[in-house]
Design a protein around this ligand. Structure first.
Ligand code: AMP
Length: 190
């Protein structure tokens, strides 16, 4: 089963992806996690991505599409995957379609987690305060969140009509409890 999870920063994509991993024995592919790992490892990609991420902007589409394409080819993706934080632009969505077709794969479901903007600020603050300083994300602060949300509205929100037009976008109210959100997502996937 191949799924895309959409939602602004702090919507709970990572939390729901972790639940889906358990339920369906599939893997979570978070482009944000992959980029943070590259930054931590000091790779060429990490060096290119760091300042862009710290500014709350998006890393170049072709770089991201290449990373995801290589990752999907790994054996652990055989059973399926959850895309978390990708695609984030219409160009990435189009790139994903081409890539999946070339690989003989398809998306089974695209899910949008809808959350009120005020709640996102308190969630991000909470995530930052609960995480030890050395593990805290450099972009988890109110100032960068504002930029990340602006980028979400400008560049990622237009991806939603792209999937709506294909008729397989499900919306879930992300302001419910983690369990309720998970149960609604499970219903979509039945
Ligand atoms: P995330 O953990 O998904 O919030 O991603 C953290 C940061 O990584 C984003 O603010 C972007 O700078 C970068 N990033 C993650 N995924 C993508 C993507 N699909 N396209 C471009 N940049 C991305």
């Amino acid at each position: 089963m191949n799924i895309v999870l959409f939602g602004p920063p702090g919507a709970g994509k990572g939390t729901q992806a972790a639940i889906l991993v358990e339920q369906h024995n599939i893997v979570q592919l978070s482009t944000g996690d992959m980029l943070r790992a590259a930054v931590a490892a000091g790779t060429e990609l990490g060096k290119q991505a760091k300042s862009v991420m710290d500014a709350g902007q998006l890393v170049a589409d072709d770089l991201i599409i290449g990373i995801i394409s290589d990752r999907i080819d790994e054996p652990d993706c055989k059973n399926g995957f959850i895309l978390d934080g990708f695609p984030r632009t219409v160009a990435q969505a189009e790139g994903l379609d081409v890539m999946l077709e070339e690989k003989g794969l398809k998306l089974d479901s695209t899910i949008e987690i809808v959350v009120d903007e005020q709640i996102l600020f308190s969630r991000i603050e909470q995530r930052a305060s609960e995480t030890p300083e050395e593990e805290r994300r450099a972009d988890d602060n109110a100032e960068t969140l504002k930029k990340r949300l602006a980028v979400y509205h400008e560049q990622t929100a237009p991806v939603l009509p792209y999937y709506e037009a294909k008729g397989n976008l499900h919306k879930v109210d992300g302001m419910q409890s983690i369990e309720e959100v998970a149960s609604q997502i499970a219903n979509f996937l039945k």
